[in-house]
Ligand binder design. Structure first.
Ligand code: C6P
Length: 417
């Protein structure tokens, strides 16, 4: 198959025109090929303009001032919450807590639900493919409560061992399953529906790390039956500092607040305080107003394009990318086949450190990430300290896959492998 003959669900060049940064020439004098979307995505002009408009036209604090600007800002901020509610199909906007991103969302649950509910010997069941955010947050609360963190193993093809998962739920006093929807290294898409069903059957809750899912898949928290689900705005066309923690209302109501301060209280006296209603109970202090409004516009952008189309586009790209990478005998790709994964290809080049791979690719105008991608334990299992990673998004083209392959031939030539 050649890149020109690949059928895509939309006119990708029209989409690229929405992202000003993609038009720039790279320092190497060639067009930028941005394949580091797993780290952060680029932003469409409508998100950039939304930020600009907020600061130029209605910058004010929210939920506080009785003046026009503050009312406008509050309306836009709460309007963004409604957009996010719809985007993930939450039952109520009270279940949509604005955070600075996935990391904050997971830590919030660990420090509120976890400290209130975990006791010595309880098990938090994470997996071997988690990002550090979904490991370390639980290790911290385990240290505070005497709970234990255990990990569901992965199979040689890079998928989770669901038989062992079921057995762990049966044999251990699991209180929380903490699992990523999509691995940021292997690309594996985990069967969250089935995992939630098994967790609930065992009397456990499930927290889904959707950092690598929300940019790429249509999310429906009700049909997933997730108890908590966290994601970051900056990976899905939104600003850095934006993000959401979804939680089922009954659980959030029972949880104590995390941070104390303005907006999260109902009444404060010198003797004690009572808490505001959801979601403000978990949004202490001045929030990231422009950022969350911007995320609302990112969601408008994605919804207009259609998450099903985004997914179909990325599937076409990853199928082609894996086919082309398989042509290179000096490259090892990690993770399952395209039908079981998102648009992520982490790989090693025989005899060349990942940082050197990334540097040579950069000299060809291609941006990839190199390192352990905040998944050090997983890299230990893969037997490598670092990998290079190409992660694709809705604006990448099959021709950019060709550029990556040409770049890898340049790596081979540079290091004579
Ligand atoms: N992964 C990557 O290059 P924050 O930093 O809070 O926005 O997202 C954390 C996070 C949590 N879970 C998963 C699965 C992730 O991929 C990430 C972020 C980036 O892979 C930066 S390390």
């Amino acid at each position: 198959m050649d890149s020109q003959s690949i059928q895509l669900p939309y006119d990708v060049n029209a989409i690229r025109a929405d992202f000003p940064i993609l038009a720039q020439m790279h320092h190497a004098g060639v067009p930028l090929v941005y394949l580091d979307n797993g780290a952060t995505s680029q932003k469409p002009v409508m998100v950039i303009e939304a930020l600009d408009r907020y600061y130029r036209e209605y910058n004010a604090n929210v939920h506080r001032g009785i003046h026009k600007l503050s009312e406008e800002a509050s309306e836009a901020y709460e309007g963004a919450r409604v957009k996010l509610k719809k985007f993930i199909n939450a039952a109520s906007k009270r279940e949509v807590i604005f955070t600075r991103g996935t990391t904050e969302g997971v830590n919030l649950v660990a420090q509120t639900w976890g400290r209130a509910n975990l006791k010595p010997g309880d098990v938090i069941l994470s997996t071997q493919m988690e990002h550090h955010a979904n490991i370390v947050s639980w290790q911290i609360v385990a240290g505070q409560t005497g709970a234990l963190v255990r990990y569901v193993p992965i199979l040689p093809d890079g998928t989770l061992d669901l038989e062992v998962y079921a057995a762990m739920l049966r044999d251990l006093p699991v209180k929380m399953v903490a699992v990523t929807y999509v691995s940021n290294v292997l690309g594996t898409v985990n069967p969250i529906n089935e995992m939630a069903r098994l967790a609930h059957q065992a009397g456990a809750l499930i927290l889904v790390d959707a950092a690598q899912a929300s940019p790429h898949l249509a999310l429906d928290v009700q049909s997933l039956d997730a108890d908590f689900l966290a994601f970051s705005g900056h990976k899905m066309c939104g600003p850095t500092g934006s993000g959401v923690l979804y939680g089922k209302q009954a659980l959030l109501n029972d949880m104590p607040p995390w941070m104390g301060g303005g907006d999260m209280i109902s009444k404060v006296t010198f003797e004690g305080s009572s808490w505001n209603e959801l979601p403000l109970k978990f949004e202490a202090g001045t929030p990231l107003i422009a950022e969350q409004i911007g995320l609302g516009y990112a969601v408008d952008y994605l919804s207009a394009l259609g998450m099903d189309k985004v997914h179909a586009h990325e599937q076409a790209i990853i199928i082609y990318a894996l086919d082309r990478l398989a042509e290179l005998p000096f490259v090892t790709v990690y993770g399952p086949t395209a039908d079981k994964k998102g648009a992520v290809a982490a790989f090693s080049v025989q005899g060349v450190h990942a940082h050197d791979v990334a540097q040579v690719l950069d000299s060809q105008g291609i941006a990839v990430r190199a390192g352990h991608h905040c998944a050090q334990p997983l890299h230990g299992l893969l037997g490598v300290s670092a990998t290079a990673r190409a992660s694709f998004y809705l604006y990448n083209t099959p021709q950019e896959v060709d550029a990556l392959i040409d770049g890898l031939y340049a790596v081979k030539k540079t290091f004579a492998v």
